[in-house]
Design a protein around this ligand. Structure first.
Ligand SMILES: C[S@@+](CC[C@H](N)C(=O)[O-])C[C@H]1O[C@@H](n2cnc3c(N)ncnc32)[C@H](O)[C@@H]1O
Length: 311
């Protein structure tokens, strides 16, 4: 298995301790522990995500057009690839169109990255995993440069929503060149969004990093809230925080974290968009041209195919 390391396990472990000390756990730790990967897979297979998965199946039909201007080789760079299952639907179509695929899944989760690489190898694709932090502009640009333009960039499975979308889309766009294409999805705001974000499967997934360091459901609860982002109309997010119901001592490899009763740990968030706000994000913040935008069959997600304007 061929994996380039921009972010080591030792760096992630150190950052995890610092994040717990700062009471703020960013997105990448939600996929780091084996229990997190297990609960993520259950959540991703739940009905809440079936509409999104079928959108990517539909996109498969457009893949030939999407890469028709590429020569014989199509480099595919997937930011936050997870286990790569959505990516592979497109990779198989590209191969069926008679082109060679060079696949670069990018992820901070060693377990998920290995799964993406192994499954792509089983399908006989040429794959180089990149273990990096896509919230880092430098890592994102290095990963984008894994191959020369034109490239097909993917950000699938509501990955964008786990980051500040304005910063993230600017960084992705800065790594794009004319000829490149980006397929990216997002969750639409709806009255059901908060309920779906706090389902039993979503709660188990959110609790997994804490359970992995010995916190139990009796120690406290995770609360979910919906908040507007005042930077633009139509931008909102579901935030999460853990609040302890008693004094806690969390043992970590090199230290112990003490938490007083009532203290909070802020956890990752998920952005929600109106279709117009998502388009504004891509066009105004990303300076991208939206070639196509489709809604999932359950109206819960939107997916866009974008290209870079000629400068
Ligand atoms: C919502 S999942 C989507 C996974 C996959 N694309 C799919 O459609 O199933 C987000 C993915 O981004 C990865 N991720 C989260 N934060 C990251 C970070 N800062 N750097 C790199 N990968 C990250 C997670 O490990 C996870 O695989």
């Amino acid at each position: 298995m061929n994996v380039e390391i921009l972010l080591t396990e030792a760096e992630i472990a150190e950052e995890f301790t610092e994040s717990l000390e700062a009471r703020d756990l960013p997105e990448k730790f939600l996929y780091w522990f084996p229990l997190s990967v297990k609960t993520w897979r259950i959540l991703a297979a739940s009905p809440a995500f079936s509409g999104l998965s079928s959108t990517w199946e539909t996109l498969r039909e457009n893949t030939r057009d999407l890469v028709s201007h590429f020569d014989s080789e199509v480099p595919v760079v997937s930011f936050g690839a997870g286990d790569g299952s959505k990516d592979r639907m497109l990779l198989r179509e590209i191969r069926a169109a008679g082109k060679n695929v060079k696949y670069f899944p990018v992820d901070a989760s060693q377990t998920l990255l290995e799964a993406a690489c192994a499954a792509a190898e089983d399908d006989d694709f040429d794959v180089t995993g990149i273990k990096g932090d896509i919230s880092s502009r430098m890592h994102l640009l290095l990963a984008a440069d894994a191959a020369e333009a034109p490239r097909l960039f993917l950000m699938a499975g509501n990955t964008l929503g786990g980051f500040d979308p304005l910063d993230q889309i600017r960084n992705i766009s800065d790594g794009m060149r004319p000829g490149d294409r980006l397929v990216i999805d997002a969750e639409l705001d709806s009255p059901e969004a908060l309920e779906s974000a706090s389902s039993d499967a979503a709660r188990a997934f959110a609790f997994a990093p804490l359970a992995s360091v010995g916190v139990t459901p009796e120690d406290g609860r995770i609360r979910f809230e919906r908040k507007e982002d005042s930077r633009h109309a139509g931008l909102a997010m579901v935030t999460k925080h853990f609040q302890s119901d008693r004094d806690l001592r969390i043992p970590l490899a090199a230290s112990e974290i003490s938490m007083a009763r009532g203290e909070r740990i802020f956890m990752n968030f998920r952005y929600l968009f109106t279709p117009e706000a998502f388009r504004w994000l891509l066009e105004s913040q990303g300076r991208l041209k939206v070639d196509q935008q489709i809604k999932s069959s359950d109206n819960r997600f939107t997916t866009a195919v974008c290209s870079k304007h000629l400068q």
